[in-house]
Design a protein around this ligand. Structure first.
Ligand SMILES: Cc1ncc(COP(=O)(O)O)c(C=O)c1O
Length: 323
């Protein structure tokens, strides 16, 4: 990970190396935290801009409330602090990690007396599943671990402790020589990747599991569904059987870290021709245009970092395009 200069910690900008917490931080022991993964792109139309920023902040607040955490800053303050942080670090594009967690003060499983701390960090982060994966597709394996269900946790929340589930699946498939895990839900239906939503093209129709199917309701999932429909494709939200993966003509996954990545193999079955398919490429290209501000239709998804925030940072380059 490439280090940045500053991190925002409980209302203050602090140097990267000073962003430290106590070892008895509640969230460190019990996973009592919620977070977001967000990206800022150096867009052609609006300069550096955060993609669907408000949607990520809204989901952060929803995740926090599901775990009875009151975020001690209003949403508009976190948004502003994020824009300032990106500019203060001199980034034109970066990955952004807001984290809300139970801090230092009490131990034990009753968390409501522990403080709620908030940090915002950003750093340069390239293609999560690799540039080759984005271009040529990845090899995936169905994990033996099932995705968490509503019977024991809250799949709709992006909560730190819940990610142990994704991590087990990721380790298992990595050790087996694959690039990503696909998790089934507790009914045995296809659910999602370890950090991405999944789309399966069968006979020209794009299928994806519905929001009630224990998925994280991905912000890129929503964007890519809209883009695919705007392109004239049919998107059906329905349960998907494991074998439908093997029989599909195309598969792709979406997420903030990964963006849109084709899947070329699942469990050693070649998907379609083994190359990214036509529908995948069409949606991927339109999505890439949306992320990089090349499509006016989706410009409302961009939250530009105001140029004056860069100018106020000595030595930082101002954005070339001012919104
Ligand atoms: C488990 C899981 N599912 C799906 C996603 C995709 O969500 P989004 O598109 O909002 O990044 C992510 C990434 O945040 C994830 O961690």
């Amino acid at each position: 990970m490439e280090q940045a200069d500053l991190i925002w910690l409980n209302g203050e900008f602090v140097a990267w190396e000073d962003a430290k917490i106590h070892v008895l931080t509640h969230g460190l022991h019990y996973g009592t935290g919620v977070f977001e993964g967000v990206r800022c792109y150096d867009t052609e139309s609006h300069g550096p801009a955060v993609f669907r920023h408000q949607d990520h902040i809204d989901r952060l607040f929803k995740s926090a409330s599901l775990y009875y955490m009151d975020i001690p800053y209003p949403a508009h303050e976190l948004r502003q602090a994020t824009l300032e942080l990106i500019a203060a670090n001199g980034f034109r594009d970066c990955y952004i990690r807001p984290l809300v967690y139970r801090g230092y003060g009490t131990m034990g499983l009753f968390p409501l007396d522990a403080p709620v701390d908030v940090t915002l960090a950003c750093w340069k982060w390239g293609a999560y599943l690799g540039d080759a994966g984005k271009r040529d597709g990845i090899r995936a394996k169905v994990s033996s671990w099932r995705r968490i269900s509503s019977e024991s946790l809250i799949p709709q929340a992006k909560a730190s402790g819940q990610y142990l589930n994704s991590i087990l699946a990721k380790i298992e498939t990595h050790k087996a020589g694959y690039e990503e895990a696909i998790l089934l839900d507790d009914h045995g239906h296809v659910c999602e990747g370890s950090g991405e939503n999944i789309f399966v093209v069968i006979d020209g129709v794009i299928h994806t599991p519905p929001p009630a199917a224990s998925i994280l309701d991905g912000i890129n999932r929503k964007s890519v569904i809209q883009i695919a429909r705007d392109l004239g494709f049919t998107v059906a939200e329905r349960d998907i059987a494991r074998a439908e993966l093997y029989l599909a003509q195309e598969i792709y996954v979406t997420g903030t870290a990964a963006e849109l990545v084709p899947v070329r193999e699942v469990d050693d079955h070649t998907i379609g021709t083994g190359r990214p398919g036509e529908i995948t490429l069409a949606v991927q290209s339109a999505f890439d245009d949306a992320l990089h501000g090349r499509t006016e239709r989706y410009a409302h998804w961009l939250d530009p970092v105001p140029a004056h925030l860069y100018r106020s940072q000595a030595g930082a380059a101002p954005p070339s395009t001012v919104a």
